[in-house]
Design a protein around this ligand. Structure first.
Ligand code: FMN
Length: 182
């Protein structure tokens, strides 16, 4: 079983991320959630702590920090980095190598070879934008495993491609990546 960093951003599909964290923990993994500040406005990180029995993180500055440099400690702790859901904004920040919050800074600090999975979720019109397609293609070229959003009813009330896969599906993807490493 693995030490998994679960990054989550401010998508309406964030409600599935708590279930995902729970299912990964039930699968025997140690799961530490890192939420963007916007995500933490939608869902309190304490809920992730409750379902994982591990600390959840949002900010490494000021009172919220857990150690001297949370991004370094997290990057060294994690054996797999899964982002679900990834907003269009977070996809763009990953694709451009930004390090403007704890999620992106941790992603950059990961040792070479740490598997990085990204599961975008957004309105179908957003997903179809050339800029978003370009950023996802860049992530794939950079070695990220991009989990293509599913077609169906999106939580924002639209229909089309953009839906976050069910947590059980994402757990399977994690299992498959870990199995290849053994
Ligand atoms: C309730 C709500 C739901 C949202 N859902 C999505 C979404 O599913 N996908 C997306 O890309 N952006 C979504 N947005 C917009 C993002 O939250 C916004 O772009 C934000 O800057 C993302 O910040 P983050 O990437 O740091 O979490 C949503 C915004 C709100 C208020």
């Amino acid at each position: 079983m693995a030490k998994i960093l679960l990054a989550a951003s401010a998508s309406v599909a964030l409600y599935k991320a708590c279930d995902l964290a729970s299912k990964l923990a039930q699968d025997g993994h140690a799961v530490r959630a890192i939420l963007t500040k916007r995500a933490a406005e939608l869902v309190n990180p304490q809920l992730f702590e409750a379902v994982t029995s591990e600390p959840a993180f949002v900010d490494e500055f000021g009172a919220a920090r857990r150690s001297a440099m949370d991004h370094i400690d997290l990057a060294q702790w994690g054996e797999l980095f899964l982002t679900a859901p990834a907003s269009a904004d977070l996809v763009a920040r990953f694709a451009h190598g930004l390090a403007d919050d704890l999620v992106t800074t941790t992603a950059l600090a990961l040792p070479t070879g740490t598997p990085k999975l990204v599961s975008p979720a957004m309105n179908p019109n957003m997903l179809a934008q050339p800029a978003v397609r370009r950023n996802l293609a860049q992530l794939a070229a950079d070695g990220w495993l991009v989990i293509e959003p599913e077609v169906g009813h999106t939580a924002c009330g639209d229909a089309g491609r953009g839906r976050l896969p069910e947590p059980a599906t994402l757990v399977e993807r994690v299992r498959a990546v870990l199995a290849k490493r053994r």
